[in-house]
Design a protein around this ligand. Structure first.
Ligand code: SF4
Length: 210
């Protein structure tokens, strides 16, 4: 398998229950809900994306032939030490490319493997931490995991319905848009109304990390 990687870098996880943890971010190229081209945004299934996942030209990106080659590169980005190794596999939609061979190769190098997925493809069961961020109007098949991250507000999504899914943590992330304050107010209002949900801010943007 040849993996197409947009970028790969060492940082602190900025979102969710593992926020603040040192992690290698492995961003795969491509998504099944948007081409990534601005001219296609209006017709896309997901229209609020703020991530560049097109191509393999980012820092640390490229095409990697074989799981061991890519896992070796992830380990090199982490550097010395095997304690608390964490790789966050994201995209785009990482389940277009992540497979058991790569998860196994990362486990061999003592990494815990976390994924951030839109949930429209089943996540390989060997992944250690599953974060699903559902998008309105899409068919989510991955309805279990560790954290459900709902970008809010999103017309067409019913938080009460999502609460029936099998997740440990239910997180509300205000949409990063021109109406940022209104999105924050809406997320706070929902968390006050439905205590199952917890407000979750994007700490990496607050502190200026990638
Ligand atoms: S599903 Fe995620 S990566 Fe794909 S277009 Fe939407 S926000 Fe971007």
């Amino acid at each position: 398998m040849t993996y197409a990687v947009k970028e790969m870098f060492l940082t602190l996880q900025g979102e969710g229950m593992q926020a603040g943890s040192r992690a290698v971010f492995l961003r795969f190229a491509g998504c099944n809900l948007w081409s990534g081209r601005e001219q296609d945004r209006a017709a896309a299934q997901c229209r609020f994306c703020d991530t560049d996942f097109v191509g393999t030209d980012g820092a640390g990106g490229g095409k990697f032939v074989g799981a061991d080659v890519l896992a070796d590169r992830v380990a090199a980005v982490w550097g010395a030490g095997t304690e608390q190794r964490l790789v966050v596999v994201t995209g785009g939609e990482p389940m277009l490319q992540l497979d058991d061979a790569l998860v196994s190769a990362l486990h061999d190098r003592r990494f815990r493997v976390a994924i951030e997925s839109n949930g429209t493809l089943p996540v390989t069961p060997s992944v250690d931490w599953i974060c699903v961020s559902p998008k309105a109007g899409t068919a989510v098949v991955q309805r279990s995991g560790n954290e459900l991250k709902l970008v809010w507000p999103q017309p067409g999504i019913d938080p009460a319905l999502l609460e029936t899914w099998d997740f440990q943590h239910f997180l509300l992330q205000p949409m990063d848009c021109d109406e940022r304050q209104q999105a924050l107010d809406a997320a706070i209002a929902l968390a006050m109304e439905r205590p199952r949900w917890r407000l979750s801010l994007q700490a990496h943007k607050v502190v200026g990390l990638a």
